[in-house]
Design a protein. Sequence first.
Length: 98
Amino acid sequence: MNETERDPIQPVQCPECPAGMMHPHLITYFTWLGDELIMVPNFPAWICDMCGKREYDEKAISWLTMLLNPNAGEPTRRQRKPPLPRPRPGSAHITPDS
Ligand SMILES: [Zn+2]
């Protein structure tokens, strides 16, 4: 497999104002899940430097939706078994001396 070329993220023109450019930022994204407020740090978003318009990364949004709502978009009833936690024999538990 080839390593994908690093292509620099280019600012895109803001759809709201003619002069603004939208730059990538990592923000803290808030969303409601039922009654719970979910906070997602380091969420990729595009923010306009002129009007402050925010657009969220589409992939990140769909990833988040999937994460918060695993049954979304699954019309068939398919139960996923969560992977069992494996005990790790002999794993060292290092605690720093104080
Ligand atoms: Zn703008």
